[in-house]
Unconditional design. Structure first.
Length: 258
């Protein structure tokens, strides 16, 4: 299966402008033969805590990306905020080439360092889906710092997605943790970030695809662009069989010490 990761500068809190641009980028990803295109966290707004402006009660983003997916016959992963009373939920949703929802994940770990928990309700469940013969799990930004949930997901998942608005000041952490999650889980890891000056924050991008052995297959640093590459489910299976790391995990013990 061919995967496309799209790194771009998000127009701050401007849904129509971002949607117009993404229509062209999704078309480009489809032209590269991708079955699935992945976009950053809070795709149409950037990471904003101005939820009274950005959060949706009507699922507008889901409807628009479902339309784009059906138009270009490609699955799309995108981020958006759902209005929940006076707060919101930070979603990452994947729709099929027919426009149906395949997966809907809510960020488990609000970033308390920036006060995110005051505006966003945390999720309570993992989410995964199958496209072709590949099982895929989704995560959002700060979740990357919590390896336990990745271990739980990779019991089935061949590909772990991390959609983010990850600032340049912590670029080294982003790169190191994506590679670590691939090595620990013996899974492909796709980290898709934004780039440039957005809402007063600087983003370096570093969107990347990492293979199950921790090798960075492709990376975009400091510029806009699209990575397109093939995911080989056989590579995951063969590596896990050749180096059966998961067989030595002591899950029951790990649970007992928390």
């Amino acid at each position: 299966m061919r995967l496309a990761l799209c790194q771009f500068t998000i127009a701050w809190e401007d849904k129509p402008a971002n949607l117009a641009r993404l229509s062209r980028l999704v078309k480009e990803a489809a032209s590269k033969g991708a079955a699935l295109v992945l976009l950053p966290e809070m795709t149409l707004t950037g990471f904003s805590m101005n939820t009274k402006k950005t959060a949706e009660a009507d699922g507008w983003s889901v409807k628009e990306f479902s339309r784009l997916a059906a138009e270009h016959k490609i699955a799309i992963g995108f981020g958006w905020a759902e209005a929940v009373g006076e707060t919101a939920r930070n979603h990452y949703t994947v729709v099929s080439p027919e426009g149906a929802v395949l997966s809907d994940y809510v960020k488990l770990h609000p970033f308390s360092f920036s006060g995110e928990e005051k505006y966003f309700v945390p999720g309570e469940n993992l989410s995964s889906f199958t496209l072709g013969n590949i099982n895929i799990a989704t995560f959002i930004c700060y979740d990357l710092r919590f390896p336990e949930v990745f271990q739980a997901a990779s019991g089935q998942a061949h590909l772990l997605i991390v959609a983010a608005n990850w600032p340049a000041v912590r670029k080294a952490h982003w790169r190191a943790l994506l590679i670590a999650r691939a090595i620990e889980n013996q899974s492909y890891v796709a980290g898709v970030n934004c780039v440039g000056e957005i809402g007063g924050q600087t983003y370096s991008g570093n969107t990347m695809l990492v293979d199950p052995e921790g090798n960075v297959l492709h990376e975009i640093d400091g510029r806009e662009g699209i990575i397109a590459d093939d995911i080989d489910v056989g590579a995951v299976t063969r590596y896990r069989q050749a180096f059966p790391l998961k067989a030595d995990r002591k899950t029951a013990f790990y649970k007992s010490i928390f």
